[in-house]
Design a binder for this molecule. Structure first.
Ligand code: FE2
Length: 300
């Protein structure tokens, strides 16, 4: 993982791109699609200082044999090799957890690269969650994924990570802070159009899965409430663009680089990413970019 150390102490605006859910695989033109999105980043002016890689880098490593998982990671290495100078802050996505579906992956859990370890190894991550200083901004990268639940995982922090987040926020109450998670911390209208969210039943209740939204978001947002230097949270996972303002924090959900898993648009959102200009005074601007057809701004 190329670092951000050269940005230490910089007091100018920092430009990062939230680039999430590329779901790379050999099929459906995924490699060319990811290359197109990376070229679009390269063409931006001013230049981009780094990538917030939001997870689901590979199409699916949860339920496949090691050879298929490694093949997908090799493709990511191949496409990112052309952008070796771009610092990358990665976040683990659910599809990056190798072998969690033990039946179809053939894993027994004792494999050296089982679960999150393969993604951490391939992305050069020191830990599944961490802090990064970028200029005067603090970036907190969360690990949304805990094994178990109706779809094999539930989005939440484990107890140790919850303590870490609380102490990070308590230790620094002044630096403007961006939080990245794979799974969103708040829900918005697009979530409810997803096929995974069941429409209101006969009692009029929505059934919202704990894989789409952090099951512990109430507690996390209460922490943010006590720390107004948390300015912006970015997430992927739902493959839709949303912008939600809540209690002084902006929650940005970027569309997937893969759109609908390389089958076209998903709920009207094609391949895209979000450009974040982080200002030294704690302000920021977010600009959506759609690369489905051509490089053009879209609403955020
Ligand atoms: Fe995804």
């Amino acid at each position: 993982m190329k670092g951000f150390a050269h940005l230490d102490g910089l007091t100018r605006s920092i430009r990062l791109v939230h680039f999430t859910d590329p779901h790379i695989q050999p099929e459906r033109g995924a490699v060319e699609g990811v290359q197109r999105a990376l070229r679009a980043i390269q063409a931006l002016s001013p230049d981009v200082d780094g990538l917030l890689l939001g997870g689901d880098v590979v199409m699916n490593s949860v339920g496949v044999r090691i050879e298929r998982a490694q093949e997908q990671w090799d493709l990511w290495d191949h496409v990112i090799a052309d952008h070796a100078d771009l610092p990358i802050a990665p976040c683990i996505g659910n599809q990056d957890c190798w072998g969690w579906n033990r039946k179809s992956s053939g894993c027994n859990g004792s494999e050296p690269l089982f679960g999150k370890k393969m993604a951490m190894h391939r992305l050069g991550m020191p830990a599944p969650y961490y802090r990064l200083q970028v200029g005067i901004w603090r970036i907190l990268v969360l690990d949304s994924l805990q094994q178990g639940g109706s779809h094999g995982y539930t989005a939440r922090l484990d107890p140790e990570q919850r303590k870490w987040l609380a102490s990070e926020l308590a230790d620094n109450t002044t630096s403007p802070t961006l939080v990245m998670s794979h799974v969103p911390l708040v829900a918005g209208p697009a979530d409810f159009f997803s096929s995974r969210v069941e429409a209101p039943n006969e009692r009029g209740d929505w059934l919202y899965p704990g894989q789409h939204l952090h099951a512990d978001s109430f507690e996390i947002l209460e922490l943010f409430r006590r720390h107004p230097n948390v300015k912006v949270c970015v997430a992927g996972h739902i493959h839709c663009r949303q912008r939600i303002e809540f209690r002084g924090v902006t929650y940005l959900h970027s569309p997937a680089v893969c759109g609908e898993w390389w089958r076209g648009d998903y709920l009207g959102f094609g391949s895209g990413f979000t450009v974040l200009d982080l200002e030294p005074d704690g302000a920021f601007q977010a600009t959506g970019v759609d690369v489905s057809a051509e490089l053009r701004p879209s609403s955020t």
